[in-house]
Each structure stands twice: as structure tokens, then as C-alpha cells.
Design a protein around this ligand. Structure first.
Ligand SMILES: O=P(O)(O)OC[C@H]1O[C@@H](O)[C@H](O)[C@@H](O)[C@@H]1O
Length: 246
């Protein structure tokens, strides 16, 4: 039913890039933030300025990961280590959290300006899943998940939210660790094999594979189907509407 194996009775949806087009908003904000950081770092250290690559760097090191994990993982790829700081560091601090919060200022601005758009095929699929009596949880790394769901007008289609704020509160490691998805299954009192994971991020499909879920559905918005399969997707679609009865 709806492209899912018969034992699956619940869907765990990633948000940015799966339900809403906000992966583009995050990517643009990261590019702006990292480029200005890298430029200033290069000037101060007498090294060449190599800009953030919105293709490779975003998908390999940032997409799907919690904010601070994205900063730490990307900067490590450039041989840069910053002090961690704390999650409420101001955007002017040169810490992992400070740099992440610089990017969040830009994201909040974009959300306020109305940049949140849904994928119509995903809304249709969410409605079909609900009508079929399947359970529905959003599992996102983003601390802005609730605001994005509200701006998108789809909060009512989901029963529970496991996001960056919940993960911080409970001390759950982010994707590619499976813990946030496993917590989503636990909220429904279901075993992982009874849940489907829907993910567009390489770190996200890896989390789905690591958690032993019933099926991991890779959603390829950017032409990385092969990489999604290699990292853990059982099947890959370009839009959730492909899973609806034709
Ligand atoms: O900074 P936020 O809103 O907490 O989001 C954290 C991450 O959330 C993920 O959903 C996005 O794929 C990443 O791009 C983003 O960095």
C-alpha cells in the first residue's frame, strides 16, 4: 500500500527537502555564512579562500545534521577546529555554536519573509497516508521545525515532532545516528521494522539504515540517487507522488 511493505504501519518523515522546499533555504544560508567565515579566516591565516560548495559540501557535511554538527563536520573537512561554545552563543562568537547561530539569523529572516514552500506531492502523500490509517511523525534535525510546519500549513497532518529542540532536551545524537528516528518509533510504541523512513539527506538515509527500519525511502531532489542508495536508501523516488496509486 502506498509503496510500503505490508508490515509498515507508520511513516517517519524528514522535513527539509522531503515535506518542504526548505533544504534550499538552509543551503543558501549556510553558503552565505560559511563563505563570509572562510574569507575572513583565510585573510587572517594567510591561506587561500576556497568557498563553500552548495553541492558537494552541503550534501556531504551539512544536510540532515543538527546545526552544530553541520558546522563542526564541514569545518573539520577544511582542517579548522573551533571551540564548541554553547547553543545560545551570539552570532558574533567564533565558536561552533556562534557560527551556526549566524546562519540561523538568516534562516529566521527567510521564514519570516515567507520562503517556506511545500512539495505538493508530499502533502498529497501525507493526506493519503492519513486516510489509510497509517501513523505519521516528523523527524527533523532542525530546531526551526515547528515554525516551518506552521508556515507550511501542514502541522495538523502530523501526530508528533522529533526535532533539534527535542534532541537537545533528551540528549539524542543527530543523524547519521539513528536515535531521533528510533525515538519517533518509540513515541508510537512501534518497532523500527514497522516504520518507514523518508529522507532526502545522505546522513538521513544512513540513520534509517542504522536503525533497522522497515524501509528507507530516499527522496532525490538534486540528482544524487546513487549516493542515497549507497548510504542506506532501499528505494529512491524523485517525489512522494510517485508512491501514490497511479
Ligand atoms: O539550523 P536548524 O534550523 O536547526 O537546522 C539544522 C539542519 O536541519 C536539517 O533538516 C537541514 O537539512 C540542515 O540544512 C540544517 O542545517
Amino acid at each position: 500500500m502506498l509503496g510500503l511493505p505490508s508490515q509498515v504501519t507508520a511513516c517517519l518523515f524528514d522535513l527539509d527537502g522531503v515535506l518542504t522546499q526548505t533544504a534550499l533555504v538552509h543551503n543558501a544560508a549556510w553558503k552565505q555564512t560559511f563563505d563570509s567565515f572562510l574569507e575572513s579566516w583565510a585573510a587572517r591565516h594567510g591561506t587561500p579562500f576556497v568557498p563553500f560548495d552548495s553541492g558537494f559540501d552541503y550534501h556531504q557535511y551539512v544536510d540532515g545534521r543538527q546545526r552544530a554538527d553541520g558546522v563542526r563536520t564541514f569545518l573539520a573537512s577544511r582542517g579548522i577546529t573551533l571551540p564548541e561554545g554553547t547553543h545560545d552563543d551570539g552570532p558574533d562568537r567564533e565558536t561552533v555554536n556562534g557560527v551556526g547561530n549566524r546562519k540561523n539569523v538568516l534562516v529566521l529572516q527567510k521564514i519570516k519573509e515567507g520562503a517556506v514552500q511545500v512539495y505538493p506531492g508530499s502533502v498529497e502523500y501525507l493526506k493519503a497516508v492519513k486516510a489509510a490509517g497509517l501513523r505519521r511523525v516528523v523527524v527533523s534535525a532542525s530546531a526551526n521545525c515547528r515554525d516551518v510546519l506552521t508556515a507550511a500549513g501542514i502541522a495538523d497532518l502530523l501526530e508528533a515532532r522529533v526535532d533539534g529542540l527535542v534532541a537537545r532536551e533528551l540528549g539524542l545524537p543527530g543523524k547519521p545516528a539513528p536515535d531521533t528516528f528510533l525515538y519517533g518509533a518509540k513515541l508510537l510504541d512501534l518497532a523500527p521494522e514497522n516504520c518507514a523512513v523518508f529522507e532526502d539527506a545522505l546522513a538521513g538515509v544512513a540513520a534509517g539504515r542504522a536503525g533497522g527500519f522497515g524501509i528507507v525511502i530516499g527522496v532525490d531532489r538534486v540528482g544524487q540517487a546513487e549516493a542515497l542508495r549507497e548510504n542506506g536508501a532501499d528505494i529512491v523516488v524523485t517525489d512522494l507522488s510517485e508512491l501514490l496509486p497511479q
